[in-house]
Write a protein that binds this ligand. Structure first.
Ligand code: NAP
Length: 250
């Protein structure tokens, strides 16, 4: 058996679409990929005008908005499909389970789980039509596999469990079309979504649960997202990669 070294430059995806590109992990992923010379298009609810790459307005929970944004990205790429999509848009809302009503549930599950399905399906339609396959990366969370007594959100945990099940299903369903589907499951990451760092007592408790004894950075998650989006991970599909400082193993 011979082993041919990979050539990242020749095989790197050129067209990357990132949702939630205006903040946190999405922004870090878009910036890292752009620094590698990839062509990046961002989607976000409220696009910033000063981003160094095009950012299109999109509500990922709305089917027509998602399709319009993917059509807009294809126009920017002269009709071509993205090589990779990293879906970072999401919400977390801290709420006790006993106070979680139908509207609270729908606002979180309806965005995190439905948004993942809508974005992945729009991506796959374009990739299948383009005939070259691609890579889709969804964002799960440590919350899919660990309960949180401090700042619980049952709806958020359930939505991320759905993302992990979806990842495996889509990897199997679209694998024959050359599409890989994976998820990244961050632990506690220092982004605008993370509220715990504003509460010193809760923060100290959180650090005790993380073997690395610190929060992760958006860039540390972005590096894994870019790896999964690249051809360097060409035989990786249907997996959930934890980026959590060891928290899931504790
Ligand atoms: P973030 O900084 O809050 O960024 C989320 C982005 O998604 C924001 O730009 C937000 O826009 C956008 N967004 C929200 N609702 C949207 C919608 N309906 N349509 C389109 N865009 C929407 O969060 P993050 O920390 O980077 O999180 C990224 C992903 O990682 C999420 O899926 C999150 O659940 C997951 N994650 C994060 C952590 C963590 O500790 N930070 C841990 C585990 C998993 P606006 O700002 O305009 O609302």
């Amino acid at each position: 058996m011979s082993v041919t070294p990979t050539d990242p430059g020749a095989r790197a995806p050129r067209r990357l679409l990132v949702t939630g590109a205006g903040s946190g992990i999405g922004r870090a992923t878009a910036e890292l990929a752009r620094g590698l010379g990839w062509s990046v298009v961002g989607l976000d609810l409220r696009p910033a005008e000063d981003a160094p790459y095009p950012v299109l307005a999109c509500d990922v929970s709305d089917e027509r908005s998602v399709q319009a944004a993917f059509d807009g990205a294809a126009r920017l790429w002269e009709g071509r499909a993205p090589d990779a999509v990293v879906h970072c848009a999401g919400v977390y809302r801290f709420r006790a389970a006993t106070s979680t009503g139908a509207a609270d549930w729908d606002s979180v599950v309806g965005l995190n789980a439905r948004g993942s399905m809508l974005v992945a399906a729009a991506a796959a339609r374009q990739m299948i039509a383009g005939g070259a396959g691609g890579s889709i990366t969804l964002l799960s969370s440590i919350a899919a596999v660990r309960g949180d007594a401090g700042e619980p959100s049952a709806a958020y945990s359930a939505s991320k469990g759905a993302v992990e099940a979806l990842t495996r299903q889509l990897a199997v369903e679209w694998g024959p079309d050359g599409i890989r589907c994976n998820a990244v499951a961050p632990g506690v990451i220092d982004t605008p979504m993370t509220t715990v760092s504003g509460n010193p007592e809760a923060f100290a408790q959180v650090l005790q649960r993380i073997p690395a004894r610190r929060l992760g950075s958006a860039e540390e998650v972005a590096r894994v997202c870019v790896f999964l989006a690249s051809e360097e991970s060409s035989y990786v599909s249907g997996v959930v990669v934890a980026v959590d400082g060891g928290q899931g193993a504790a």
